[in-house]
Write a protein that binds this ligand. Sequence first.
Ligand code: NAD
Length: 261
Amino acid sequence: MIYSILDKGDDVSRALAARFREQADRLGLKSDDETPELVVSIGGDGTMLQAFHRFRDQLDTVSFVGVHTGHLGFYADWQKDELEELVRLIAEAKPRIVQYPLVQAEIEQPDGKTVHLALNEFTLKSVDGTLVAGVYINGELFEMFRGDGVVISTPTGSTAYNKSVGGAILHPSLEAMQIAEIASINNRVYRTLGSSIVLPKHHCCEIRTEENEPLIFSIDHLVMQVDHVRTIRFRVAEQKISFARFRPFPFWNRVRESFIN
Ligand code: NAD
């Protein structure tokens, strides 16, 4: 299996990456940073998010595996003292490939459209305080949102920012996306649903804001300002991310290990 390593960039993850390469050389594994079959992320969940965005144009041919250098990560489920075992399994075993859904955002601006993919979530906030936005589901106005922002998450991202704002945890076998509110204003004048909603594949959530309102838009760990946005359309993406599982680690065990144990 041809591999590429993306490490967090600190001393611990760089040393682990060097250890990985040494053993991989001994076992005859080839590395290729342009068109690998397996991407090994060494660091934490943030490193896996970076690895995903680095290889998001090759999702049909690449699978991912994560090693964590700190506490157990949600995507980085191998520990540093298991590194040698992981390299041996990569050289000798055929992994089970599990595919998880992603969310796509299409941003419409006066000069055209751009399409983005998220592994965890997109968030939308206002630059100047309260976000005022129309939330449309399948073309019909669902609610007028006023508040800090919205989080549109994938099932695997449901354990990240979405969970912090009170969203539900979704199993990644569900091809769905979740829309959760961040501090919505609810009083006698303004009203939103007040809970998150889960949309299936082929449903579309559109968020429309005043065109002259600058927005803070985030894609996983990447945060940017977007201007003159007419509409952002969110839906479950056609593409999926593939994780290489060299041993079983069921989703609910990962949830328990990450949040309860
Ligand atoms: P970071 O360094 O701020 O870490 C955020 C934390 O989220 C880390 O503990 C990481 O392990 C955890 N995390 C990331 N993906 C996860 C997932 N799918 N399930 C469970 N936990 C997960 O930032 P980072 O490492 O660059 O990660 C970016 C992510 O941080 C964003 O995608 C977003 O989900 C999350 N975030 C969370 C909040 C919040 O909970 N209030 C706010 C901003 C960003």
